[in-house]
Design a protein. Structure first.
Length: 95
């Protein structure tokens, strides 16, 4: 039977991704007039920070099998900010 301690990290990761989507939605129109490279850097840092935070909330599926959602913000950074945003996000997540 799954307990609260088993489901809590998954709920926290879903909440983190929801907060990332909310932040993107609130800030996207403010950055629309920025230079494309600056906008990609901002999105990369934002999505990279979310990926770094996601690594702090691992979901343990079974003993020794750990899952985290750090790839989700990385993929989303490429989709919403382009390839340079993905590169910046990857550097933030790795570094």
């Amino acid at each position: 039977m799954l307990g609260v301690s088993d489901i809590l990290p998954l709920v926290q990761n879903i909440g983190l991704m929801a907060a990332l989507a909310l932040a993107y939605g609130l800030l996207a129109h403010r950055f629309a007039d920025f230079d494309a490279n600056l906008r990609a850097a901002i999105y990369g840092v934002m999505f990279g920070a979310a990926g770094s935070l996601a690594m702090l909330i691992p979901v343990e599926l079974s003993p020794g099998l750990i899952f985290d959602v750090r790839g989700v913000p990385l993929i989303l950074s490429a989709a919403f900010g382009g390839p340079w945003a993905a590169v910046v996000a990857a550097v933030v997540i790795v570094g």
